[in-house]
Design a binder for this molecule. Structure first.
Ligand code: MRU
Length: 350
């Protein structure tokens, strides 16, 4: 793949995380070197690194940055620092479960290593963060292999937001299916929804598909109905920030509308998701915390005011799509079909 790594660790325990600053794309490809947890928190908060799996990896690396200089050999003191780091990082964004999944995984690791010297625990934390990254790349590749089987030569598929390489360690979730289909020699074309208000579709999905040589056509969000009505789309794949036990899922605002349209037009609607985004502890979608972001993203996105001063704004960053709109989930272990409450638990319950 021609896209640079979204996030990686450079050097040893005294090294740093390097990530693509996605707020600057597509105009500039610039890397941000992150040496402390506060900078990582800010990077997650303002979407320099974004997309559920990438947020999880960033949080795991953030945990390392937070505690590597804690100067103690007392396990309880160290554990308290780890706990504080997790609580802090968990406040960066509320919706993607990967953030909480990653910080909890790091905490559980520390707990399991309590007999080791603190210096060794720190080293193992770094190894775990890198493992999370490598596992994510492998899961995305597997999602791509399963997803590509659904795509026929000559198809056009639609996606919303960026569930791409930029949102993961590599390959993406939704885009992985497109990349693998291309490798298989299928001629595929993608419609990318622009994705108001932060334009992840226009800025990121269109950019990365172009970089990878996948034919892509950008549409504004309100054109999706028309391209479907005109018979231009054979399938939809989106990502997810959190899938609940009954198959409801949160994804970027606008996903619900796309799902309803797909059902109306008889177009299959797939959700590509690694197990790290599946939250079986949550029974259904109405429990998912939905991030609300600042009004300026709507009224003066990218520096130009497009609404009157003082206007009221509602800016939820995600919506919840009920499971009845989902044809199947594409996971690293294969397709999960309805009934989702039974089949998600069967596949991921352990
Ligand atoms: O606000 P963002 O850009 O982090 O939102 C990202 C999405 O909604 C993605 O579709 C989702 O995280 C899945 S990424 C594989």
């Amino acid at each position: 793949m021609t896209i640079p790594n979204t996030i990686e660790w450079v050097g040893e325990l005294d090294g740093y995380a390097r990530l693509i600053d996605q707020t600057l794309l597509p105009l500039e490809l610039r890397f941000l070197d992150v040496h402390d947890v506060e900078t990582m928190w800010e990077a997650i908060k303002v979407l320099r690194v974004r997309g559920a799996p990438a947020i999880g990896i960033a949080a795991a690396m953030g945990m390392v940055l937070a505690v590597r200089n804690v100067n103690t050999e007392d396990f309880e003191t160290f554990r308290a620092a780890v706990e504080r780091a997790a609580q802090y990082l968990n406040t960066a964004r509320p919706t993607a479960v990967n953030l909480f999944w990653a910080t909890r995984r790091m905490q559980q690791l520390v707990e399991s290593l309590r007999e080791l010297p603190v210096s060794q625990i720190k080293q193992r934390m770094l190894e775990e963060a890198i493992t999370i990254l490598e596992e994510d790349a492998a899961m995305c590749r597997a999602i791509g292999e399963h997803g590509a089987q659904l795509i026929r030569d000559g198809d056009s598929w639609l996606t919303h937001c960026n569930a791409g390489a930029l949102a993961t360690a590599r390959w993406g979730t939704a885009t992985a299916a497109f990349y693998v289909a291309r490798e298989q020699g299928k001629r595929i074309h993608v419609y990318a929804d622009e994705t108001r208000p932060l334009l992840q579709g226009a800025r990121l999905t269109a950019w990365e598909l172009q970089q990878a040589g996948v034919p892509v056509t950008l549409i504004t969000d309100n054109m999706a109905a028309t391209v479907m009505a005109q018979g231009r789309v054979q399938g939809v794949i989106v990502g997810a920030d959190r899938v609940t036990a009954n198959g409801d899922f949160a994804n970027k605002i606008g996903t619900l509308g796309v799902a309803i349209l797909a059902k109306e037009f008889g177009i299959p609607f797939y959700v590509a998701v690694p197990s790290s985004s599946i939250d079986l502890s949550m029974p259904s979608g109405e429990h998912i915390p939905i991030e609300e972001r600042k009004p300026e993203e709507v009224t003066e996105g990218f520096g130009r005011r497009t609404a009157p001063l003082g206007v009221n704004v509602y800016n939820p960053a995600f919506d919840v799509t009920p499971h009845r709109y989902v044809t199947a989930f594409i996971t690293e272990r294969g397709l999960v079909c309805p009934p989702f409450d039974v089949n998600l638990r069967r596949m991921f319950g352990a």
